[in-house]
Each structure stands twice: as C-alpha cells, then as structure tokens.
Design a protein around this ligand. Sequence first.
Ligand code: FAD
Length: 299
Amino acid sequence: KLKTIARRADLKSYVERTPQLNRLLRQAASRYITGNFRQDGIEVGRKLVAKGYAISIEYIGENTTDATECEAIVAEMKALIIDLGQAGISARVSFDLSHIGLSLHQELAFSNLMKLAEQVQGTGLELFISMEESSKTDDILSVYKQAVSVYPNVGITLQAHLTRTPQDLASLPSPSRIRIVKGAYQESSDYSISRSPELNHRYLELVESAIRQGQRVSIASHDEVIINEVLERGWLSDSKVEIEMLYGIRPELASRMQNIGHPVRIYLPYGHEWYLYLCHRIAEFPPNLYQAVIDMVGN
Ligand code: FAD
C-alpha cells in the first residue's frame, strides 16, 4: 500500500516540485543509490571489485511509455556497457524490460533487448532481466526465452512469492542464469505467498531445484534465515552459485560472507529515478522508513 501511495503521479510530482523535500528524500535515497550518473555506479563498482565482490549495475527506471525515451534509455545502457568494458569491470547489467519498451509493445522490448545483447557480445558482461508485477510475468518470460535462445549471456529473475514460479523455473532452458528473489510487488493472495516461513521454504526449494537443473544461480536475499540455510546445505561450494544483495542493505552481512570466502555480488543502482527505487526499499521493509527519517534529519 505504501508503494502504491508513493507511486501516485501527483505525489511524485509534488516531491519533484518541492526542493526541500526533494533534497531530503534524495539524501535518504543515497543510502541505496550510487549516484545520478553511470560513472557514479562504475566508481563504486570499481572499489567493490577491488575488494573481491562481483557487481550488478542498473540504470534505474521502469514503465517507460514513450518510444523516444526508450531509445534514450537504450543509448544510456549501451554507453554503460562501453564504459564498463573500458574500465575492465566484468559486471552484470540489470534492468526492467518495462524500462526499455515492454509497457508500449512486447516487440519493442524484445528488439531493444537484442540491441543490448548484441552490444555485450564478446565483452564478458551479462545482461540480466528483472521480474516485475505478475501481470507482466508471461511477457517477460516470453521475451527472455526468445533472447536467450540467441544470446546465452542473458539472465532472468524469478520471484519465489508467486505460486506459478516452480513451473516457470521448470520451463527454462538449461543452462540458464537465474536470480531468485522473494518478490517486491504486492500481489493477490490467490496466487502469491506473503513473507512467512512458508515463503522461505518455497524459496529454498526453488534454489535447490535450480541447482539440480545445473543452472547458474544468484541467491538474491538479505534474509539471514535463508543465508544460514544456504551455508548449512553447502550450496555456495558450487561455483555456479552466489549470494547477491542490494547496495546499502545489510552491508555488514555481505562483508561477513565475503570475508569467509563466499562469492557475493552487490547490486548497484544509479540514475535520476531514485524516488521510486527508495519507495521500493521502504515498502519491502517498512522499518526503512525510520532509517530514511534518520538519514534526512541527520543531514
Ligand atoms: P525479507 O523477508 O524481505 O527480509 C529479510 C530480512 O532482510 C529483513 O528482516 C531485514 O533484516 C533484511 N532486509 C530485507 N529487505 C531490506 C531492506 N529493504 N532494507 C533493510 N533490510 C532489509 N524483486 C522483484 O520483485 N523483482 C526483481 O527483479 C528483484 N530484483 C532483485 C535483485 C536483487 C539483487 C535483490 C537482492 C533483490 C531484488 N528484488 C527484486 C527484491 C526482492 O524481491 C525482495 O523484495 C528483497 O530482496 C527483500 O527480500 P529479502 O529476501 O531480503 O527478505
């Protein structure tokens, strides 16, 4: 609900039009976002890579409804791919398909994805598709499956909270690159499982199935219950399995894991659409609202 309220266009535009509020919220967002520009993400990435982490990087955005804007976003992502290559950073470039055209036409998202996939050929980079609201799951999986049949270095995110996900996982080609998340969107209880031990059980079952299928798996969670179970089961000794966490969330847990030699990837967002990204982080973990207030007051 919090996210739905925050995403209302009138509230977003109020934030944009009110400089003091905008500045304070931007300050709170800086805990989770590397900066406005790709060089900010690359710079943070360079430091993390030097410490032994792998990185993902995202030019934040979603639901683009203008074709010209989609072109500009694809151009930015191509520039990101070139700059990462020049910096010698072997990253995973993550994005929402709705950022590059899915909200207009599935074909537009597919053709833009193919342009990006062409660009990453031979660079050692990966392209990684995020998963959005369940109304888009079929389209996202369809675009992914078409793309990965041509370009194997494209990966996909699956949400454990949707009851359909075990079937979706079984339908993926092998080997695929899969990120498993709990799910950040509010969905109907008719076809989703809310945060609970049952969801954790489902999450671990999905990870286990994906590993058995021989997939490359990113366990994208900050939940210590999940992570302790992953350690207990020895899954991280498989070189195709890693932990992935969002920048600014549980950094001490990420560093503890990395210090004991486990592969950890940090997800680095950058860009001007920080407001919605901040809303996502607060909605998935409401105590972050207090953290946001502390960040605003403290600065
Ligand atoms: P939760 O049960 O939500 O939280 C467990 C514990 O983790 C909490 O008690 C708290 O200690 C800590 N924690 C969790 N979230 C936060 C937070 N925001 N701030 C501070 N502490 C927190 N979702 C999608 O729907 N689609 C995607 O494509 C997608 N991509 C993602 C990519 C990555 C790399 C990651 C890490 C997450 C992604 N998510 C995505 C978000 C995901 O679905 C969850 O909403 C998010 O990871 C929180 O779930 P959790 O597994 O950490 O466990």
